[in-house]
Design a protein around this ligand. Structure first.
Ligand code: HEC
Length: 244
């Protein structure tokens, strides 16, 4: 084998893989085309609009800078690649008070507004695709979701229900401020040195806004869902089967 054919073979082998795995998906997913609902399959018409509120970009930066993605995924795999829909409340709520079963797989629109899709590296902690929903509906049901998340970031083990949590504490995202008289309204309910209070920094607040924006359980068109939950339109024929 000449050096030329060796170099050519090497370049082609790696080049083809690079094209197929990096370049082509990049251009396909960079600007996804809008997807429409289908009257027969989804029971409604119109374009699917993913909605998200809060300082997503700033929060996502804090999220990646602190390596949350090392232990937390944000990816509810399509059912053919693993069963994530069955994990308790990861993919949405099994029994959402207003909407019933909202569990669904991730899709490309779930990362709208973020520079990187933080799908994560490991699953040492729970998937966070729907952490905003879980905190609001379950963990901080009758309390302030923002305060719940701030306390979790400050000291995960302070929560009486999670004394052995292995989520690191991110105290450096909080500031100690001097207090004269009344403590500031956003002070954490924790022991602080005399005459001081612990308050969240801008980073902590942006991160919490980002975490609260993670509610990826809206209804998506059946065409981008590999395992659509039983939709009324699909359930009907079975219910109308001849009886007797
Ligand atoms: C070393 C691995 C690790 C890192 C890094 C990590 N976590 Fe965690 N996290 C965990 C584990 C394990 C749990 C589950 C234990 C618990 O409930 O506290 C958890 C739980 C959580 C929960 C509660 C989720 C739920 O539904 O119960 C939130 C929110 C969270 N982490 C946010 C973060 C954020 C934000 C960061 C980055 C600033 C982060 N974590 C970094 C391991 C990690």
């Amino acid at each position: 084998m000449t050096f030329r054919s060796f170099a050519f073979g090497l370049t082609t082998t790696f080049g083809a893989a690079w094209l197929a795995v990096v370049i082509v998906p990049f251009f396909l997913m960079r600007t996804p085309k809008p997807v429409s609902f289908d009257e027969t399959k989804d029971g409604k018409e119109g374009i699917y609009h993913p909605k998200r509120a809060g300082r997503v970009i700033n929060g996502a930066e804090v999220y990646s800078a602190n390596g949350c993605y090392h232990c937390h995924t944000q990816l509810i795999r399509p059912t053919y690649a693993g069963n994530d829909l069955g994990r308790p409340d990861w993919a949405g709520l099994k029994t959402d008070e207003a909407r019933g079963d909202t569990r669904r797989e991730s899709n490309i629109f779930d990362y709208t507004g973020e520079k990187f899709a933080q799908i994560g590296l490991n699953r040492l902690g729970p998937d966070l695709s729907n952490v905003g929903r879980r905190v609001e509906a379950i963990y901080a049901k009758d309390a302030d979701p923002e305060a719940w998340l701030l306390m979790h970031l400050y000291d995960p083990r302070a929560n009486p229900e999670r004394p052995t949590s292995t989520c690191p504490s991110f105290r450096f995202l909080f500031d100690e401020v001097k207090v004269q008289g009344q403590a500031p309204a956003n002070a954490l309910p924790v022991q602080a040195p005399e005459g001081e209070a612990i308050v969240p920094s801008h980073e902590a607040l942006a991160l919490v806004e980002y975490l609260l924006s993670l509610k990826r359980d809206d209804t998506v068109p059946a065409s981008i869902s590999h395992a659509p939950a039983t939709k009324p339109a699909e359930a009907k024929p079975a219910a109308a089967a001849p009886q007797g």
